[in-house]
Design a protein around this ligand. Structure first.
Ligand SMILES: Nc1nc2c(ncn2[C@@H]2O[C@H](COP(=O)(O)OP(=O)(O)OP(=O)(O)O)[C@@H](O)[C@H]2O)c(=O)[nH]1
Ligand SMILES: [Mg+2]
Length: 422
């Protein structure tokens, strides 16, 4: 009986070991086939990648660019970069921006590159009050079709000057905060507004350019540009270009117009009342069906050009007359004791100092900066320029009473129905 039990046990064992070796064999076979398959697939994908290498390197995609920046003295020269690029003006795209705004900066860049700059490769200049991170430099350089330059703003051009009374400053911050004014208690916002009003054009990195196109993070350009706006400016002798004009919050500029009044009195030689746009910023008649929605306490009707989009002639901003204007306002301390914005300061400056016909409204350029946008009104123009916007949307400022565009048409340089040629 025992003997039989041993035979049975031996039989079971041999069956088990047989199936074990069988399973091991099939696992080994499976692994081998998988490896073979992976190898052949890998080879195929590598062949596919190699097949398009020459195309990718030479025409479709350019080789990765190294960043060309002011921290680096050796500026990279890419050969044949300007092949097939139309004639350009001496101009740059300009963004004042913080490192943490990189996603928004890339969004704006992508939009402007796709709608305009991919055909022109204008340089990009980035300004910051602290050094840019490598991540910021790399990503923006990769996004740009032109060269990219990065510059650190010197503290003297950015920080609050010593002559600002600390106690008065803190009290006023609290006051604007209590009134619920947007950015009412922000110190850095005030530095930014003063910098954009009177210091951006003094930056060394901009010395060699004649025109700048201001770009902010998180904006969108709705339509293909039908022209190079720099060329239009140059050819038509324009010195300041805008797309949106609207009313300013009066609480941020309570004493600005008093300062402007004083400035006008003392600097009449700089101002040509016959040819400038004084009426545009002071007239408050009813226009169309709209009366001005904002009641102003001064002669200033609060109309300004929205400066987050602006194209300007740097030589005008560098001129003695603009700097006499800025220095006069700056001496009043309103950038800190109130919260004077660069938009009303630029707008009043160009309205007083330039001739009406030196300011241009870019009618055809759809644009959005939260919470407002502008979208070309003409249906066929929207099709032609592949616009992605709704001209009847609530966010379209041009059809809202908050817009000053109709006042510009009536008291500024008028309305043009024909596209600018370049
Ligand atoms: N480097 C730097 N850039 C700043 C600072 N504050 C604002 N900016 C930039 O200045 C421009 C205007 O600032 P925004 O915060 O966009 O001001 P705004 O357009 O009035 O308001 P929102 O866009 O609604 O926030 C943008 O390009 C910002 O990136 C700052 O402290 N440092
Ligand atoms: Mg903004």
């Amino acid at each position: 009986m025992r003997k039989y039990l041993v035979y049975v046990a031996l039989l079971v064992l041999s069956v088990i070991s047989g199936s074990l070796s069988q399973s091991i064999t099939s696992i080994v076979q499976l692994c081998y086939h998988k490896h073979k398959l992976e190898k052949s697939l890998f080879q195929r994908s590598e062949n596919a990648v190699k097949k398009y290498d020459s195309v990718r390197r030479r025409s479709l995609f350019k080789p990765l660019k190294l960043s060309t920046n002011t921290y680096n003295d050796d500026i990279l020269v890419v050969e044949n970069e300007n092949e097939n690029v139309p004639d350009r003006e001496n101009a740059t795209l300009l963004m004042l921006v913080r490192n943490f705004e990189l996603p928004g900066a890339l969004k704006s860049m992508r939009s402007l590159e796709d709608r305009f700059n991919k055909d022109y490769h204008y340089d990009w200049v980035f300004l910051n009050d602290v050094p840019f991170s490598m991540e910021f430099i790399e990503a923006t350089t990769a996004m740009a079709s032109g060269k990219t330059y990065y510059s650190l703003i010197p503290s003297k051009d950015w920080d609050r000057p010593d002559w600002i009374d600390e106690k008065k400053f803190e009290d006023r911050l609290q006051l604007l905060h209590d009134k619920g004014v947007l950015y009412g208690s922000s110190k850095s916002y005030r530095n930014m507004c003063r910098f954009n009003s009177g210091f951006f054009y003094k930056q060394k990195i901009l010395e060699s350019y004649d025109y700048y196109f201001r770009v902010e993070p998180d904006v969108e350009y709705f339509c293909d540009f039908p022209y190079d706006p720099f060329k239009v400016m140059k050819k038509n002798n324009k010195k300041y270009g805008f797309v949106i004009s609207l009313h300013e919050y009066e609480d941020t500029i309570t004493s600005l117009w008093d300062a402007v009044d004083e400035y006008i009195e003392e600097n009449s030689r700089d101002i040509d009342m016959e040819r400038n746009s004084y009426d545009f910023i002071t007239n408050s008649d009813i226009i169309g069906k709209f009366s001005p929605i904002v009641d102003s306490n001064s002669d200033y009707n609060l109309c300004h050009f929205w400066s987050n989009f602006e194209i300007g002639d740097l030589n005008f901003f560098r001129s003695e007359r603009y700097n006499r204007y800025f220095d006069f306002l700056d001496s009043k301390g309103g950038f800190y004791y109130e919260r004077w914005g660069d938009a009303p300061v630029h707008s009043i400056g160009v309205s007083l100092l330039l001739n009406r016909d030196e300011i241009i409204h870019f009618d055809e350029l759809g644009y959005y900066h939260a919470p407002f946008g502008t979208c070309p009104g003409a249906y066929y123009l929207r099709l032609q320029q592949r616009c992605q916007c709704d001209a009847h949307a609530q966010s379209n400022i041009d059809i809202s009473p908050n817009s000053c565009l109709m006042r510009w048409w009536k008291y500024g340089d008028g309305k043009r129905f024909v596209k600018y040629e370049q």
